[in-house]
Design a protein around this ligand. Structure first.
Ligand code: FEO
Length: 406
């Protein structure tokens, strides 16, 4: 893809990665983009680079606008290598006057590339840089997504270069939100939030406050992944407010793995109890649903019911994988329970319950265990578990933490 002018003398010069399918454990069935932005003024500034295998795309895109050796400032908003991978090549090629980054960014760049000799210019929140007609204001956004992360705001264009925040993993030929289906765009943005930023929700809330305090009047948000919010920046800001409050709707997830369909039968019986209480639900078999797609659904659900048969005194590997991943992302304000079949030892339900308790998921009971194949009375217990989960979820506060573990 060639460069795209997103504001007067501000160009997208990034790369589209059509082929990536796994982004550190996050499934990316539609690829992603690595967005970098070139600003032409009296001084020429490049904001972020791309993942190293896409170096050629970046340099070709810049070269279609200016000779890359004319870059004066290289702004590194984030050091994760999907954005900084080509920084050493750009420094080598362009010899910029300054490599601009946050205080933590300088440390991280040196840790990654062992180059203490680059011409660093460390900036903090509120500092500005005059490019000529355009002025850049910097905003540190620690932990969104790494300690080094920051955003750059171009005052005259009311343009927020937001780095990872407000992004989506979606490779497209279009560059702007108004050129593409809005529902699908928000689905991608939600999955991205659930898998990248959910655990930093308190930080996202502070960022929203900071944006207001700094009086940033935002006309466009240009993230480092996916589509640029030209038409509806307010829409994605509003979605981030909602997601960071972890407000969930009346929806339950029943997620399970199964060996001989006993645990699967239990999952369906639990769904009957949820339905009786007027609760929406989704039944997600771990054999067919990726952990990162399940997290996207967790974002919007108030109840989580997890099932696994016992195998080798533990749970099925896919459930252990999900619990490890989910725990790291710290979903809040959920209730739930565990269930599963067993043959003789039957540890899985207890282990899943412990993991859910560790995540502050409000357990409605000790769960339901069934020996071998469920009989009618066992399925009745599962239906009742579904009812209990629904009732507990209806009693959740409208936002924030789940009630104390039962
Ligand atoms: Fe897109 Fe935290 O990197």
């Amino acid at each position: 893809m060639g460069p795209v002018e997103i504001k007067s003398n501000v160009y997208w010069v990034g790369a589209v990665d059509w082929n990536i399918r796994d982004f550190h454990g996050y499934s990316t069935p539609k690829g992603t983009t690595y967005n970098a932005y070139l600003v032409i003024d009296e001084k020429i500034a490049l904001f972020d680079t791309v993942k190293l295998p896409f170096k050629k795309d970046l340099i070709e895109n810049i070269s279609r606008i200016i000779d890359p050796r004319r870059i004066d400032y290289l702004v590194v908003n984030h050091v994760e290598m999907d954005h900084s991978g080509t920084v050493p090549d750009i420094v080598e090629l362009a010899g910029p006057e300054e490599v601009i980054c946050s205080p933590m960014g300088k440390k991280a760049l040196i840790d990654h590339y062992n180059r203490g000799d680059w011409p660093y210019h460390v900036v903090e929140t509120g500092q500005t840089l005059k490019l000529g007609k355009k002025t850049v204001s910097f905003l540190e956004t620690r932990m969104l997504h790494w300690p080094d992360s920051m955003m750059s705001y171009i005052l005259e264009d009311r343009l927020l270069l937001s780095n990872d925040a407000f992004g989506q993993h979606w490779a497209t030929s279009q560059r702007f939100d108004d050129e593409i289906d809005a529902a699908e765009l928000f689905n991608h943005a939600g999955k991205y939030y659930a898998n990248i930023l959910l655990l930093f929700s308190p930080v996202v809330q502070k960022l929203m406050t900071k944006i207001v305090e700094m009086g940033l009047d935002i006309d466009m948000i240009a993230p480092d992944h996916g589509l640029i919010w030209r038409h509806d920046p307010a829409g994605i800001i509003s979605a981030y407010r909602k997601w960071s409050r972890q407000e969930s709707r009346r929806n339950a997830l029943i997620v399970y793995d199964t060996m001989w369909q006993a645990t699967e039968s239990m999952a369906h019986a639990i769904s009957e109890g949820l339905k009786e209480e007027g609760f929406d639900f989704q039944i997600l078999n771990l054999k067919f649903n990726h952990r990162s797609d399940i997290m996207a659904e967790v974002l919007d659900s108030s109840a989580i019911v997890l099932g696994s048969p016992t195998i080798n005194n533990g749970m099925m590997p896919a459930m252990a994988d999900l619990l490890s991943y989910m725990k790291g992302l710290r979903p809040a304000g959920k209730v739930g329970a565990a269930f599963g079949s067993y043959g003789w030892s039957g540890e899985a339900v207890k282990l899943i319950s412990e993991a859910m308790r560790d995540m502050n998921i409000g357990l409605v009971s000790d769960g339901v265990r069934v020996k071998y194949s469920p009989k009618k009375e066992d399925l009745d217990r599962c239906v009742e578990l579904g009812r209990q989960v629904a009732r507990a979820a209806l009693n959740l506060p409208s936002r924030s933490q789940a009630p104390a573990t039962a």
